[in-house]
Design a protein around this ligand. Structure first.
Ligand SMILES: [Zn+2]
Length: 402
């Protein structure tokens, strides 16, 4: 089996190797090298990215039969001696988060006896799943503090191979599948943690920089803990700091006053919404009183027909309800705009079917949809001009009088 050189040295990112096998993987050329520093995806850690002789790697795959690392390439390389270069910023990010995960996992064991049952690391998120749901905010904060203390203590991180039965006291979350013959690879973080793991890690905990828990979230019978280490934690802090500065400027307050400031704004909005609702109700009443006498009276039927522009459909419905409180009234209202609406209604003493009527006129507005009750129906939702709405309401009135 070709050597996985990153086991003993996760810092080399520029190396020379011999090609020992050439093959095709899914129609792409692939190489097996006599030794590789490229890490193939495994154990929750994504694969490295990089180039071989300047040709980008498309995928790093482990061949199940013999554990060989297949370097799948975008183009063939004829040379027998090749130069591999891996993306160091991506690798170091993985090293920081993988080592940070070991520390945070052990911290949750010590603080809350919560054990890690899952680990996820991708460009967008890093999480561990704990086998407990009743974690208090204090316990989470305490675990975070323990983890960062280990970072600041700058403990050595070492890897060694042990016989499987000699691994007593070693936490094995999931046996790394590619450790076929060598026994267990155990990662030790000072005297703090021992875990079987095949991933890449920093040499000393100080390189992690910081371990920041973003939020714990209940997932069934588990708790998902999202966290960031090192560079990603810094980016996260920069983004959140920019948000805080923007909010502070908008509210003209201090950072520690944001929470009560937002609560005050929410209360103001609630109060204003109540006032607006009352005022709108009063306005609609005046509007109804003004519209009704202007209604055309014909065969004792009073028809109120009106077209608005960009008016709220809910408001039209309220207005229609108000108008049809009087007897012998038919209301034909419409509003033009991006989401045009028709509202057809009649007083309780009349018998005309507004639901049937609206289904006859809606096709005039193209793909408009709607319906309702015999006394009130509404529909629309498509873009329509004032002229189109007026034509639809005229048609409705003609059908009504037919
Ligand atoms: Zn690890």
């Amino acid at each position: 089996m070709a050597a996985r050189l990153y086991y003993d040295d996760s810092y080399t990112c520029d190396f020379t190797a011999q090609v020992v096998e050439r093959l095709a993987v899914d129609g792409h050329p692939a190489l097996v090298l006599d030794g590789t520093y490229f890490y193939p995806a495994s154990g929750g850690q994504p694969a490295d990215s990089g180039t071989i002789n300047g040709v980008p790697l498309m995928e790093l795959r482990t061949r199940e039969e013999d554990g060989a690392v297949l370097h799948v390439l975008a183009a063939d390389i004829p040379d027998s001696t090749v130069n591999g270069q891996l993306d160091w910023s991506r690798r170091f990010d993985h090293m920081q988060h993988h080592t940070g995960q070991h520390i945070l996992t052990q911290a949750f064991v010590q603080v809350a006896e919560a054990h890690t049952v899952g680990f996820h690391l991708s460009p967008d998120s890093v999480t561990i799943d704990l086998d407990k749901t009743n974690l208090t905010a204090e316990a989470v904060a305490q675990a975070e503090m323990v983890a960062n203390q280990i970072v600041w203590n700058n403990l050595p991180v070492t890897a060694r191979l042990v016989e499987e039965d000699g691994a007593t006291g070693v936490r094995v979350r999931k046996k790394p599948g590619h450790l076929l013959t060598d026994g267990l690879r155990v990662i030790e973080i000072g005297g703090f943690d021992r875990t079987a793991c095949g991933g890449t890690h920093v040499a000393r905990t100080g390189e992690i920089g910081i371990i920041k828990v973003l939020k714990p979230e209940r997932r069934g019978d588990k708790t998902r803990v999202e966290f960031r280490c090192g560079g990603r934690a810094l980016v996260d802090y920069q983004q959140k700091n920019a948000v805080v500065n923007a909010v502070v400027a908008a509210l003209t307050c201090k950072a520690e006053e944001i929470e009560p400031g937002v609560a005050r704004l929410q209360e103001e909005v609630r109060s204003l919404t109540r006032s607006l609702k009352t005022a709108t109700g009063q306005l609609l009443e005046y509007e109804a009183e003004r519209l009704l006498p202007a209604a055309r009276e014909d065969d004792s039927l009073r028809v109120v027909k009106h077209t608005y522009e960009g008016r709220d459909a809910g408001e039209l419905k309220l207005l229609a309800n108000r108008l049809t409180e009087s007897p012998n009234v038919v209301v034909l209202l419409g509003t033009s705009g991006e989401k045009a609406q028709l509202v057809l209604a009649r007083s309780a003493d009349l018998t005309q079917d507004m639901n049937a009527l609206i289904k006859q006129v809606l096709p005039l507005l193209g793909a408009a949809r709607g319906g309702g009750q015999p006394a009130l129906a509404q529909g629309g939702g498509v873009r329509a001009s004032r002229l189109q709405i007026e034509a639809a309401l005229d048609a409705a009135e003609m059908m009504l009088r037919a």
